[in-house]
Design a protein around this ligand. Structure first.
Ligand code: PLP
Length: 388
């Protein structure tokens, strides 16, 4: 049975061209980039080439890119780095109730250390209202952090408008663009951001590498101290093969992004329409139009997301659920709750995220399997029986 992988927002396979680009940096060009002899300079060259590729894709300058261990570190770096460098100006940070845990938890950490955090609500589609951002800014505000697009429901936020508001107020603006870089156009000038987070493994690069864009002149405290790497902004010997891999992944994404976005939007809509047609009591989560090209997130009444997920897995289909992530956490997704979904609907959610390898045949496999699985689960469901 051919497996159908539809969980690309969780991670993507590493592109064979990326692996090929990385390999020499494990063996032949293994030098420490801080060494001044040729081995070191060869490795340094790989890093700098990757840096200019990342900068080019997002309309930044090379020196504004700091490599990190991934999106989580980039988010932590942006929030804590700005908070501790600008604490003398104010202690207020504005974010939203639908951010990734990397932003949420960093905010919780800062809140416990005397910073004041405003978590803005979203509407039923997961959209942040730029006017709410404007209203929340005070003379103590030092940072606004709003994600570019939701990893769960795919809603694309009005980041450009929010950037304008932050700029006018003289407040730093960070966006978590982990789910958008390499998938839809991202330009730091158009978005008017000062900081932007990127992750390698969401765009066919390796895991454990990412980057933070930091606009020239931004006051940011380092989280890592030790060496001189990354112009003293992030100490530690660089993960050269991974950084080279990120550079290659970004280069490839830039070449195919526009065509892929169009193809994926078609497959996404086909999957949404097919599911709505075949399954009663199902609803699309997230915005119908301002939506990532690869994201389908639905809530199916009277069934548990985990049960659908496990049954799909038995049929070789990998998806994800917005409810409990592990057996130790039975709370539904904070994102779906922020959209106003009742707990039952949040528990009955499924996310499919498509990418390069997916075809119409894969969409067909889901459209054949899921209605059958839902019908079987509903036949056994105490939830459904209780309303009959
Ligand atoms: N931000 C968003 C929106 C994400 O989707 C993810 C990963 O799921 C992260 C941050 C964390 O990135 P990483 O896995 O590279 O640490």
């Amino acid at each position: 049975m051919k497996r159908v992988y539809l969980d690309h927002a969780a991670t993507t396979p590493t592109h064979p061209e990326v692996v090929k680009a990385m390999l020499p940096y494990f063996t032949d060009a293994f030098g420490n980039p801080s060494s001044i002899y040729s081995y070191g300079q060869e490795a340094k060259g790989g890093i700098e080439e990757a840096r200019s590729k990342v900068a080019e894709l997002i309309g930044a300058r090379s020196e504004e890119i700091i490599f990190t261990s991934g999106g989580t570190e980039a988010d932590n770096f942006a929030l804590k780095g700005i908070a501790y460098a600008n604490g003398h100006k104010g202690n207020h940070i504005i974010t939203t109730s639908i951010e990734h845990h990397a932003v949420m938890e960093a905010c919780n950490f800062l809140e416990r250390r005397g910073f004041s955090i405003t978590y803005l609500p979203v509407d039923g589609y997961g959209l942040v209202d730029p006017d709410e951002v404007k209203k929340a800014i005070t003379d103590k505000t030092i940072l606004v952090s709003v994600m570019h697009a939701s990893n769960e429901v795919g809603t694309i936020e009005p980041v450009e408008e929010i950037g304008k508001i932050a700029k006018e107020a003289g407040v730093y603006f960070h966006t978590d663009a982990v789910q958008t870089v390499g998938h839809i156009p991202v330009n730091v000038e158009e978005l008017k951001v000062d900081l932007l987070s990127i992750s390698g493994h969401k765009l066919y690069g390796p895991k454990g590498v990412g980057a933070l864009y930091v606009r020239k002149g931004t006051r940011l405290v380092s989280l890592m101290h030790g060496g001189e790497q990354e112009k003293r902004r992030r100490a530690g010997t660089e993960n050269v093969p991974a950084i080279v891999g990120l550079g290659k992944a970004v280069e490839l994404a830039g070449q195919t992004m526009d065509m892929e976005a169009e193809r994926l939007s078609y497959l996404r809509d086909k999957l949404i329409e097919g599911l709505v047609e075949r399954i009663d009591h199902i609803r699309l989560n997230g915005h119908p139009a301002r939506r990532l090209p690869n994201n389908v997130n639905v809530s199916v009444d009277f069934v548990e997301g985990e049960s659908m997920l496990l049954n799909l897995d038995l049929e070789g289909i990998c998806a994800s659920t917005g409810s409990a992530c592990s057996s130790s956490n039975l709370e539904p997704s904070h994102v779906l709750l922020a959209l106003g979904l009742p707990h039952e609907q949040a528990h009955g959610s499924l996310r499919f995220t498509l990418e390069q390898e997916n075809t119409e045949k894969d969409v067909g496999r889901v459209l054949e399997a899921l209605p059958r699985i839902v019908a079987r689960l509903r036949a056994m469901s105490p939830l459904l029986k209780s309303i009959k």
